[in-house]
Write a new protein. Sequence first.
Length: 167
Amino acid sequence: MMILSVFPELSLSEARIKHAEARNLLDEDTDPADVKRARKIARNLSTVDTFKALAIEWYEKEKKHWSTTHSDRVNRLLNKDLFCLIGELPVVDIRSPEVLAYLRRIEKRGAIETAHRAKQVAGQVFRYAIATGKAENDPTIALKDALMTPKKSHFAAITDPKEVGSP
């Protein structure tokens, strides 16, 4: 016995069609209830396991441990840089070359340090996805030396006590 749907949502003719499909599956030694359950799981996974959904879940879990400034910075990075690039992709389908291509877009606009921070935050989201069983690997690990290194600026030390502000 299997419930196909409830009466007002499913007409009698549609119920007969679904019944025939279920019969055909039984003839092929396939349990129609298992097929229905698998379709439901696949439908849920496609919407729940996007990078954006997992990043929001991770952010909400972690932000209570952060300062307001850091929380705002991470939120801005997610919304401005990562969600528009990989937000709608299922987290299991994202590979290292794709992440690198998206991070290079950030680099091209001259925001090298932002690209490094975006890689770091994306890596934290991927590690959270692995911990929750929604992904099997972190594609950002392979990108260790793939991004440009930011230029270091050295500043001269103030040696005159009057310039430092000492009495």
